[in-house]
Ligand binder design. Sequence first.
Ligand SMILES: Nc1nc2c(ncn2[C@@H]2O[C@H](COP(=O)(O)OP(=O)(O)OP(=O)(O)O)[C@@H](O)[C@H]2O)c(=O)[nH]1
Length: 518
Amino acid sequence: MSTSPAQNPADIAREAFRRLAVKRIAPTPEAYRTIYNDIAGITGAQAAPAEGAAAELVLGQVTTRLSETPGEVGEAGRRLQRTLKARDWEGLTRGMTQLLDKQLKKPGPFELAVLADEPEARLLRDLLSRTLVFAVASLLAGSPALAGEAESLGAAVKTANNESALNEVAARLKQLCYQIEIRSGDVAEQQELLLRLFRLLLENVSELLDDDSWLRGQVDAVKNLIAGPLDQRALEEAMRSMKEVIYKQGQLKHSLSDVKHTVRNMMMTFIDRLGSVAESTGDFHEKIGGYSEQISHAANIDELNVVLDNVLRDTRAVQEETLKSRDRMVAARQEMHDAETRIHTLEEKLRHLSDLVREDQLTGSLNRRGLDDVFEREMARADRRGTPLCIAMLDLDDFKRLNDTYGHIAGDSALKHLVQIVKSTLRSMDVIARFGGEEFLILLPETTVEAASQTMTRLQRDLTKHFFLHENEKLLITFSAGVAMRLPHEGQETLIKRADSAMYKAKKSGKNRVVIAE
Ligand SMILES: Nc1nc2c(ncn2[C@@H]2O[C@H](COP(=O)(O)OP(=O)(O)OP(=O)(O)O)[C@@H](O)[C@H]2O)c(=O)[nH]1
């Protein structure tokens, strides 16, 4: 400490007492005066003879101040006050030494704060209490016992302002943490088991499908989704795709049972008809055999006439039966034809259904319907979380020329190639949808417009690196893009319009570039 004479007398007095205590000197007025003068830089000549009394006065002020302090220090101050009154200098020395010893142990700032019930301590306790009552308890909603303990601990923390109460809270907190650790292990294990079960189910569904079934693609997509790191988005996506699979399977089962029914009916009818033809021709053969016998034994023309009449009648009957059978056969063929047409219509319907689902059959990107779903979901998420949402409108450059030069099939493959590169370059949360013929729309959630623009430029670079191969010829495909960030509460239509005009500007200004929408 500085001993400058300009120091405040109260500070000098406090320092004098500290030194008396540290050096364990009895705080007699003489000793106090010597040290006081020493600190204040007062030489012998300057020291006033009445300073003994002044020192006592200062001692009185200090002990009074101490006695007014709350807690332990206040109590010690009151004891010192009494000792001073009794002019028990030794007692005063002991008391002050003890007090200083205790204070000089220098407890940590938190301990000090807790003991003195400082605002910082209250704030910390309040924060811990809120964390336990609001955050931890609500995270433990699935375990009412643990949630209850978190709430009760939260309340206990608020009132724990001495060491033993804090120790008790600490022990309970440790126990709670341990229980939470065990529980989260259980939850993770349960999740893993459920996922395994889901994978098994998917394997099973795959086994039942033909190799060329369009359902196989859907099932594979779900498998891929749950193979990666799981997040809410991936699970939602998997659920949606599974729903489609279930819906389509239902349709397929229905049409298949219809077809089976028709074919069974036709087989039955056919066998019936065959049976009756065989029956009537069999009878006829037998009868003809009998008539030839009668003819060989006929005695006169009259007898022959009777036999001939019978032959004619029976032949007519067989002829009629044959004609009827022919009619029935024609009807059966018509039924067969109708069934075929029905199967055809059902197949058409199924194709239409797959058009209605969210995937574009050629490229495997989403179709317009799928895009609408994702748009709705991402806009709601962006509003809820206050995160930016960007879109990019892509249009392949000079695609007509590619089609005209290399053919439509090459054009189709180029579209598939683009989607493949987009899917491998962008994050799993980004979504690509086919917007029109060679136009695609990419949704970039939680992305600023600068980042979205950079992403599109990176995609353009990647597209030049991974060129498109057509019959071993490397073809360079490029695109122009317009990027737009959704304004607060902006609708899908206007957002797309802005991205589209930006893309148009990119085309106008030379193609193979990215323009940010106004
Ligand atoms: N192969 C194939 N071509 C398609 C498909 N959908 C649209 N197209 C063709 O894409 C071409 C688009 O031509 P334009 O609109 O003139 O555009 P562009 O030739 O790319 O010219 P810019 O956009 O100005 O660079 C047309 O020839 C369409 O027939 C598709 O599914 N497959």
